[in-house]
Write a protein that binds this ligand. Structure first.
Ligand SMILES: NC(=O)c1ccc[n+]([C@@H]2O[C@H](COP(=O)([O-])OP(=O)(O)OC[C@H]3O[C@@H](n4cnc5c(N)ncnc54)[C@H](O)[C@@H]3O)[C@@H](O)[C@H]2O)c1
Length: 371
């Protein structure tokens, strides 16, 4: 395909493939976006197609991406299917001339992520990956403080997402290597990694030392229980033998220039309560940030610095809440901007390279150089 699909300010025609929790968030985003018409959705559950179609007033309902692309004349599409389908679906849509917003993680491995970036470049289309946790106002405020130099030069950060008991369905696609590519690091560690890199100002990773463990899932333990926003099973849905990924991953990431990041991600661990956190340490100040990861938890951002040699604490005034709606809005703005070559999937690819290096390092038992 050649030439832009969007040459006027006519409403963008949007579609979403995937009808789970993530797909619903993208539909909510398009429904809230100005000058966008959500005209199509696709997925394999006919009852959900009906339900979500009615909820969002969408007449175009399809069983798969291919029929949606052939019929719905889309400008933009969101991919919210199991992770191993992100790359083939993204490349199909880009080759069809449609801009793509895909869910995190970008792909099941770095080779697929690279193929997605190549397809965006080849077709001159936007490719963005949804990193919604960084939209929390605490993360936005901290990123701004760092960008403004308030904390000086950031030389060390710690980030993680650790759950007490939160494997998203033992035996579901989330725990199958071919579909998910990996476990806790891929699924939730990617959010912590994204928050850290975003706040640190996108340092270039140079080396990773990682380790992975599967101590809960293979024994049928650590499965998510109780109600949650996510479509997790309350009980294990598969046999423990079908648990093929890590339930804990940890990594030490070196950046060009000397800064380092300590990352941990665990679906199940012997801790009191779930935790999603980022700490950054700079030459003139540091900060601790917590986002809600369990029921009843509040967000927190505390900045420590010195004022005239006196230890001082800053609690920044925060902007409004942010989530998938903001990711969809900025994707639409990127498409509207016409500067498509600046939105070709590079952010997602960097994260995919680091996670890939974590797994490679874990396999070989020594540090892996990136690039
Ligand atoms: N950003 C976030 O906070 C967040 C949260 C949850 C999930 N996710 C990501 O979103 C993606 C989907 O996760 P989920 O929890 O919504 O999954 P899910 O299993 O609940 O839903 C997957 C959907 O994909 C559809 N699908 C599967 N194969 C298909 C095919 N061949 N053609 C058309 N549709 C197909 C299914 O019909 C289903 O509707 C994953 O990559 C996951 O990592 C992101």
């Amino acid at each position: 395909m050649s030439g832009p699909t969007v040459t006027t300010q006519a409403p963008l025609r949007a579609g979403v493939v995937g009808l789970g929790w993530a797909g619903d968030q993208h539909m909510r985003g398009y429904a809230a976006a100005p000058e966008v018409e959500l005209v199509a959705m696709a997925g394999m559950e006919s009852d959900k197609l009906e339900e979500l179609g009615e909820q969002y007033g969408v007449a175009g309902r399809y069983a798969n991406l291919e029929s949606m692309l052939a019929d719905a004349d889309l400008d933009v599409v969101s991919i919210a299917t199991p992770t191993a389908l992100h790359a083939p679906m993204t490349i199909t849509a880009l080759d069809h001339g449609v801009h793509v917003l895909t869910e995190k993680p970008m792909a099941e491995n770095v080779d697929s992520a690279r193929a997605m970036v190549a397809a965006a470049r080849r077709n001159n289309r936007v490719l963005e990956v949804t990193f919604n946790k960084r939209r929390a106002p605490e993360v936005t405020a901290l990123a701004q403080l760092v960008a403004d130099g308030v904390l000086g030069t950031i030389y060390y950060a710690k980030a993680g997402w650790v759950r007490r008991q939160g494997i998203p369905g033992i035996g579901s696609w989330f725990t199958q290597r071919a579909m998910a590519g990996g476990g806790a690091l891929m699924d939730i560690g990617i959010h912590a990694l994204d928050m850290a890199l975003h706040v640190m100002g996108e340092p270039v990773p140079s080396a990773v030392s990682g380790a992975t463990y599967a101590e809960f899932g293979p024994r049928g333990r650590g499965g998510a229980r109780g109600a949650g926003s996510h479509k997790w099973s309350a009980e294990p849905v598969g046999s423990p033998e079908s648990f093929e990924v890590e339930d804990l991953g940890t990594a030490f990431v070196r950046m060009d220039g000397g800064a380092t990041l300590l990352l941990e991600a665990s679906w199940a661990q012997w801790i009191e309560e779930d935790s999603l956190y980022l700490s950054v340490y700079g030459t003139d100040g540091g900060a601790q940030l917590h986002l809600p990861a369990g029921q009843g938890q509040e967000s927190e951002l505390i900045v420590h610095t010195d004022v005239k040699d006196m230890p001082a604490v800053i609690t920044p005034t925060l902007g409004p809440a942010g989530d998938h709606v903001d990711c969809v809005r900025d994707f639409v703005l990127a498409v509207r901007s016409g500067e498509w070559d600046q939105h070709g999937g590079a952010v997602g690819l960097t994260r995919a390279e680091i996670v890939d290096a974590c797994y490679a390092s874990a396999r070989q038992g020594s540090e892996v150089v990136i690039g």
